[in-house]
Design a protein around this ligand. Sequence first.
Ligand SMILES: NC(=O)c1ccc[n+]([C@@H]2O[C@H](COP(=O)([O-])OP(=O)(O)OC[C@H]3O[C@@H](n4cnc5c(N)ncnc54)[C@H](OP(=O)(O)O)[C@@H]3O)[C@@H](O)[C@H]2O)c1
Length: 358
Amino acid sequence: MSGIELASAGQANTARYLPAMRRALELAAKGPITGGNPQVGCVLLNDAGDIVAEGWHHGAGTPHAEVDALATLARPEDAAGLTAVVTLEPCNHTGRTGPCSVALLAAGVARVVFALPDPGARSGGGAEHLRAGGVEVISGVLAVEAEAFLHPWLTAISRGRPWVTVKWGSTLDGRAAASDGTSQWITGAAARQRVHEEREASDAILVGTGTVFADDPSLTARGAGGELLRHQPVPVVVGEREVPADARLRRHPAGLIETRSRDLAAILAELDARGIRRVYVEGGPTLASAVVAAGFADEFSIYLAPLLLGGEQLALRDLGIPTITEAIRLRLTSIEQLGDDLHLIGHAIQNHAVPKEN
Ligand SMILES: NC(=O)c1ccc[n+]([C@@H]2O[C@H](COP(=O)([O-])OP(=O)(O)OC[C@H]3O[C@@H](n4cnc5c(N)ncnc54)[C@H](OP(=O)(O)O)[C@@H]3O)[C@@H](O)[C@H]2O)c1
């Protein structure tokens, strides 16, 4: 058989599983975006290709997607001969739950189809374990979509530091505060509500000591009525000064991490060690500039208000860029009007943080 025939035979084999993988990705999105573990979905198919069970990962410490799907079968023996279609390679490691590769083998599935290999140094290797146990394994189905979906988590795991989103709200002329330091509120209610949603989708919020002293922010994630949202990211104060004893941050429901340090690489490494995968940098300008200048900004979330302030209080300070050819270039992936404000999401092209296109 020629190479071309081999390739098309392989594609036909994987094309069969595209609808099931799309469903598995939908299920994955039901799981929490925060909490250290990836969002993973799984469906179990019978010989006719019908979905007989669905599952997803509900968060750290709970069963993984494969085990969640297996648990919905009426009897454990019903798993024998089924095909498991899962968005990420079944893990091969015992953490708070057992390895999924072992669970799938024990259940007697005939075939495992997955989109992406598990990049984790400790959790990878599930495919080999399954093959060694006699299970057929097919990988790479809908891999581009799955990579785009899990991009922040995959980036965090491969770099050994959290995915970093730098957010600021500024006037159209790029000012983050007035000359007297006041910045509440540059943007309107709709933009501020979006910020609360972005906080809720983060594991940690980074803020500089300057902002803590200037604004005494609470940094909670709140709904439109002021109520606390379900998930609260932990605030992390960056800088050498101590947070005042009466600061609102000391009453944050997720606690408070005081770094007493300006060493961003060390702080991000420590957050990674705590299982923090998504960090939201809320400024102020000194901290945001340091994060960007150090090349840690994977994503930008910029709110532009139709105001002009002029003056010295720029949203970003010196980035150490001497000339226009060395500018940090962003690819804008979203532009949205929120009330009177504009919300832009961009990814730095230089550090290859842009999700691959389909
Ligand atoms: N529009 C917005 O989106 C927005 C957001 C936040 C704040 N603001 C405004 O920004 C103003 C405060 O600005 P800011 O720049 O002083 O605040 P900042 O960035 O929150 O804090 C600056 C302080 O952080 C510490 N720091 C932490 N990491 C550092 C690093 N890598 N390099 C240098 N210093 C580091 C330093 O203090 P130590 O001496 O403690 O190390 C520094 O003085 C306020 O007016 C506030 O209202 C605006």
